[in-house]
Design a protein around this ligand. Structure first.
Ligand SMILES: Nc1ncnc2c1ncn2[C@@H]1O[C@H](COP(=O)(O)OP(=O)(O)OP(=O)(O)O)[C@@H](O)[C@H]1O
Ligand SMILES: [Mg+2]
Length: 258
């Protein structure tokens, strides 16, 4: 009996891509992540929402080890996050991250920005890296901007370049931390559309966003955080129509009626 149960769990586990168990993190006296348990399946799109300061960005940053954790464990594809060195660089390549600010290298062209990681971390040869970079820039709709510098592009275009740059590494999972919040309203959709397309193609994604339309149409699951804890998680339909906790009801009433 027991053996069968264990075997079943093993099968289920192979579909889990990112697993956080009892993760705790403090900034000084502030307990910013409290006993976080979160499993993200391969191909799953998880939208993380919650009030400012609830720990959403910190959660993302721990997944590619931009922040260390105090206790608990994080695994990607069954392997614990590496501490340092080359293994850590490879992890960062496996976990693509797109931030609110695009963080493109200002003195490099769009094409060079997208090629850089492939050359340095993945050791792809130059010709192949360029081919891939051009194909990715086409895919996010900025192929014609390849030879420009980031400052010559609009915010929406720069953010799409940042997405292409992360994709160039062939990531297993993509983390987006409020990728559209710094954009002018007319540019938000072009970025969300690229993200929608990625989701449809089966990319595993963790997305912190206030774009509830995106959450409704692209997310498999909504995770609601407050005060460093995951308060509830549910399908978007269930979460938006029938939030269980008072915190989530209060939060939704504020963001949906302004
Ligand atoms: N490097 C840091 N040092 C000290 N405190 C920090 C640091 N980074 C974040 N914090 C604090 O940790 C808490 C969680 O921050 P975090 O940025 O994860 O929240 P968030 O949910 O992403 O908020 P927002 O919606 O405003 O982006 C906040 O109280 C924040 O001030
Ligand atoms: Mg944040």
């Amino acid at each position: 009996m027991t053996e069968v149960a264990v075997a079943k769990e093993d099968v289920a586990a192979s579909d889990d891509l990112v697993v956080l168990k009892s993760v705790n993190k403090h900034f000084g006296a502030l307990h910013v992540l409290q006993e976080i348990d979160l499993t993200i399946g391969r191909g799953e799109v998880v939208v993380v929402i919650g009030p400012s300061g609830s720990g959403k960005s910190t959660l993302c940053r721990t997944i590619n080890r931009l922040e260390t954790i105090d206790s608990g464990s994080i695994t990607i594809d069954g392997k614990p996050l590496p501490q340092e060195g080359k293994a850590l660089a490879r992890l960062r390549a496996d976990v693509g991250m797109v931030f609110q600010s695009f963080n493109l290298f200002a003195h490099k062209t769009v094409l060079e920005n997208v090629m850089l990681g492939q050359l340095k971390v993945r050791k792809t040869d130059k010709k192949k890296a360029e081919e891939q970079a051009r194909a990715l820039l086409d895919r996010v709709g900025v192929g014609s901007q390849a030879d420009k510098y980031p400052a010559q592009l609009s915010g929406g275009q720069q953010q799409r370049v940042a997405i292409a740059r992360a994709l160039a590494m062939g990531p297993k999972v993509m983390l987006f931390d409020e990728p559209t919040s710094a954009l002018d309203p007319e540019m938000i959709n072009e970025v969300l559309e690229v993200m929608q397309q990625l989701a449809r193609e089966g990319m595993t994604m963790v997305v912190v966003t206030h774009e509830m339309g995106f959450a409704r149409s692209a997310a498999n699951r909504v995770v609601f955080m407050a005060d460093g804890r995951i308060i509830e998680q549910a399908s978007p339909e269930q979460f938006f129509s029938n939030p269980r906790s008072d915190r989530a009801k209060d939060f939704l009433s504020k963001i949906l009626h302004h």
